[in-house]
Design a protein. Structure first.
Length: 399
């Protein structure tokens, strides 16, 4: 809607341009005036409807109400009716915050800001002093959305699912414990990415992973073509117990990263180059030959644990060699989940530890969904990989 230039000139007349956007500036005045006009129109409509039904209800002055907006506090004159039947839709009777205020807090929380940082940000920029309890109550409302999101129906087939875990510190029964948070990132048949769920590990071992797999199945997943995991003992068996036809592949990136942990910073570049021949080999036999060559070479002799690590996981590395180059690049290039983990680690680092599982789940859900909004297109390699999936898996690759 266009604004009349004369009206705009009247609004700006005699005002310092620097104060237009400041606290209690023109924008806050307009927000107050517009809100009061809308409330008055709501009451007029309410009285008109009641009058048509034979009621003699009428206006009865107004009451003052301070509302938190996304940028300030605004004191409104809320109109009243004599019968007390008026319940405005714009601002409900017990509402103290405009929706944009909650949205702003949730947005800051999703970017990894702590409650203290959010409080300081609101005070510094907008002069709004809010309690930590209010910020927590706003973000707690997210838990309902988390529960709904975590139980939503999923697609029947996912060509690729990456299962990854990060460790976060969470207070539990009076102690701060290192808990594993598992994230399942699915690649849909059209190549788009979707976070399937988040699980905070309560108990160690295969029982936990089996519960996760059954949860995915109960939410509609019928088939997973390739599951890429981080090599944890018992995880592949849990996947195949629920999805028996799924090919379970150890994540090559995790193997490389684990290999680097045995070496110094100066050595890592050279070791990575030496290992490239292992996972880029044409066949499993050629890959094993390259691994044996590495083991007998100078880096393998200096760090024997590296070759031992690859040999220990070799049965779950072998499936990788059966795929053509296009599919291999998709399996190997886990940029999406690596980017997610990087964001999560930055946010977790600022907190030190979470007060409980719910607090961790809130942040992870908001961060993951915020990241998902940035996913617009499938990976570059998906066009070639999609054709290969259709040939390799036939009718199982459901488009």
């Amino acid at each position: 809607m266009a604004i009349d230039k004369d009206v705009l000139a009247q609004l700006l007349a005699g005002r310092d341009p620097q104060e237009l956007f400041a606290k209690d500036g023109l924008l806050d005045e307009l927000k107050k005036a517009l809100s009061e006009r809308m409330l008055s129109a709501e009451l007029d409509d309410h009285l008109e409807n009641e009058g048509a039904a034979g009621s003699t209800n009428r206006r009865n002055g107004s009451s003052r109400k301070t509302m938190l907006t996304g940028t300030s506090k605004v004191t409104l004159d809320v109109p009243r009716d004599r019968a007390g039947t008026f319940d405005p839709k714009l601002i409900a009777k017990y509402q103290r915050r405009f929706p944009d205020f909650d949205d702003k807090i949730i947005s800051m929380y999703a970017r990894g800001m702590t409650v203290r940082e959010i409080r300081g940000h609101l005070e510094e920029l907008y002069g709004i002093d809010v309690s930590p309890d209010l910020i927590s109550s706003v973000t707690d409302a997210v838990l309902e959305a988390v529960a709904e999101w975590q139980s939503r129906p999923l697609d029947t087939c996912y060509p690729l699912v990456f299962f990854d875990a990060i460790r976060v510190k969470i207070r539990d029964e009076g102690f701060v414990r290192n808990k594993a948070v598992y994230i399942a990132l699915g690649i849909q048949p059209d190549g788009t990415k979707e976070v399937l769920g988040i699980w905070i590990e309560q108990t160690e071992g295969a029982k936990f992973w089996l519960r996760v797999m059954n949860e995915l199945k109960n939410r509609g997943v019928v088939d997973i073509l390739i599951a890429v995991v981080d090599g944890l003992k018992g995880f592949p068996e849990a996947i195949n117990a629920v999805f028996p036809e799924a090919i379970v592949q150890t994540c090559i990136v995790h193997l490389i990263r684990n290999s680097m942990s045995f070496a110094s910073w100066k050595e890592r570049k050279f070791i990575a180059q030496a290992l490239r021949g292992v996972y880029r080999a044409e066949t499993p036999e050629a890959g094993m030959a390259a691994l044996e060559a590495f083991e007998e070479g100078p880096w393998g002799q200096k760090h024997p644990a590296i070759a031992m690590s690859w040999q220990r996981h070799w049965d779950r590395v072998i499936p990788f060699f059966a795929f053509p180059e296009g599919v291999r690049r998709i399996i190997y290039t886990t940029n999406a989940i690596e980017a997610l983990n990087s964001k999560i680690r930055r946010a977790v680092r600022t907190r030190g530890h979470f007060p409980g599982d719910d607090a961790a789940m809130k942040l992870l859900y908001l961060m993951l969904n915020h990241a998902a909004d940035e996913w617009k297109r499938p990976p570059r390699e998906w066009g070639e990989a999609k054709s290969q999936f259709a040939v390799i898996f036939g009718e199982r690759f459901v488009i």
